[in-house]
Design a protein around this ligand. Structure first.
Ligand code: BES
Ligand code: MN
Ligand code: MN
Length: 458
């Protein structure tokens, strides 16, 4: 390992230059005008996989954005590790709130600022560099490695699911490793053993065929913006409890033991509140902040639109109103079942005075794994060597729906080996990657391959 560690320590500048080149490609999966950039990013990654020594590298076409795949299978009898990451990023708006341009990576105060720096280009990159370090120094990897990179994670992975189902042999592995989550705190390596699921809906209401004078017609027809607010108000009470009947039926309660473990984690509530700029924290009574975010479901309005929102005033009854809403789900809630309950409830509470259109966008199943598998223990050892600190075990409130597909289709456990930080501003302006975590992450990933080789095939 000495030569591998040395090359990692002496290649930092090059790693940064290479990552910066990747971050310069505006691979925004949600926006059609970036389709060319998505392809450019996939091609750049494929070139990169070839240069670090992977074989059978392919850019796989899909009806959406391409999938990039490559492998190195020169360690017969050793375990096979599938590294998954996503090269797509979220849109950059509001662009005027970025301190430096989102696609020109800039270092300030030990942080690399760019869209995708943390989510997920910077994180997936640690594994590519660890693979490169092993192959360049020893001519081989201690385990078999498959790399799978998608360009549609941020839009619900519509094409990766079928790709996995159709390519079980190509992707067969003993463990899936993903770096796409934050650490509990900067410099506190964390192994995440649970993620929330998701259901996303758009609600459209139409009252009339066009906007109306609110004096001339107010009182004679329903106002869809009022009605939308009314519908939304019935979905959640002011303490955060979801009023959709049946919603909580399958929620797996936290065990006493898990609650005790969560209480032991370092958490400065006042600092957390201040960092967010919230006047008060808010959430379900009887649960701590980590419990609320990690293990309890939520209903959120993501966006709301309707009527006149310009400067000044306009007396108008808008013809339409629209909301984007989503629910974070927890084990053992089933997104399809919850979606059915949600649709039924919204239809029931919507009066005949408006036309309702409900569109289900994407969904994802919640995930929680056991900590007693040898790969988790290997990951813990690798983090401990790489960061000089024992990792903590966390859950997260975000979603990586494909993890459940890996489990079901490949029968492989996932280890979440994230090196983000809680204040990384993912999906927001000034997204950043902590460079200490980046370099520590490369080192940890190099050790991870080694540690997995040592346990052999479980
Ligand atoms: N990397 C995140 C997932 C994440 C965020 C996990 C924070 C843990 C903590 C991922 O890129 C993401 O944003 N996922 C989406 C999924 C959705 C688009 C299906 C999410 O959670 O909103
Ligand atoms: Mn991500
Ligand atoms: Mn994301």
């Amino acid at each position: 390992m000495n030569a591998v560690v040395d090359v990692i320590q002496t290649s930092r500048d090059r790693y940064l230059e290479e990552l910066n080149a990747l971050l310069a490609i505006p691979s925004v999966s949600a926006l059609p005008e970036h389709a060319g950039d998505m392809r450019r990013c996939a091609d750049a990654l494929a070139g990169h996989l070839r240069r670090i020594g992977l074989q059978n590298v392919r850019v796989v076409e899909t009806p959406g954005h391409p999938i990039v795949h490559g492998d190195w299978l020169g360690a017969p009898g050793a375990p096979t590790v599938l590294v998954y990451g996503h090269y797509d990023v979220q849109p950059v708006d509001p662009i005027d709130q970025w301190t430096s341009p989102p696609f020109e990576a800039t270092i300030r105060d030990g942080q690399l600022f760019a869209r995708g720096a943390a989510d997920d280009k910077g994180q997936l990159f640690i594994h590519l560099k660890a693979i490169e370090a092993h192959i360049s120094q020893t001519g081989a990897l201690p385990v078999n490695v498959k790399v799978l990179l998608e360009g549609e994670e941020e839009v619900g992975s519509p094409n990766l699911d079928p790709f996995i189902r159709g390519n079980r042999d190509l992707l067969a592995c003993d463990v899936v490793v993903i770096s796409d989550t934050p650490m509990l705190e900067r410099g506190v390596p964390s192994i995440c053993y649970g993620l929330r699921g998701l259901n996303y809906f758009q609600i459209d209401l139409r009252g009339t065929k066009g906007d109306l004078h609110s004096g001339q017609y107010g009182g004679a027809v329903e106002n869809p913006a009022n009605m939308l607010a009314h519908i939304i108000a019935q979905l959640r009470d002011k303490s955060g409890n979801i009023k959709n009947p049946g919603f909580y039926d399958d929620v797996l309660p936290l065990t006493d033991e898990e609650r005790m473990e969560i209480r032991r984690l370092p958490f400065d509530e006042a600092a957390y509140r201040r960092e967010l700029g919230a006047p008060r924290l808010f959430g379900e009574a009887g649960f701590s902040t980590f419990e609320r975010v990690w293990a309890r479901p939520t209903f959120e309005v993501n966006g709301l639109m309707g009527g006149f929102t310009g400067e000044g005033s306009k007396t108008v009854i808008p013809a339409t109103a629209m909301a984007k809403v989503s629910m974070r789900l927890v084990p053992n809630q089933d997104p399809d079942k919850i979606a059915g309950l949600f649709e039924a409830f919204v239809r029931k509470v919507t009066p005949k005075t408006v036309e309702l259109r409900l569109t289900r966008m994407h969904g994802g199943r919640p995930w929680k794994t056991e900590l007693d598998n040898p790969y988790v223990q290997a990951a813990a050892r690798a983090f401990e060597i790489g960061f000089g600190k024992r990792p903590v075990y966390t859950r997260e409130g975000g979603s990586i729906p494909i993890v459940m597909t890996f489990q079901q289709e490949l029968g492989a456990p996932t280890v979440l080996f994230g090196i983000g930080v809680p204040d990384e501003n993912a999906h927001a302006p000034d997204e950043k990657l902590d460079l200490g975590n980046f370099f520590g992450g490369i080192l940890s990933s190099a050790y991870l391959l080694q540690e997995i080789a040592q346990i052999g095939r479980a």
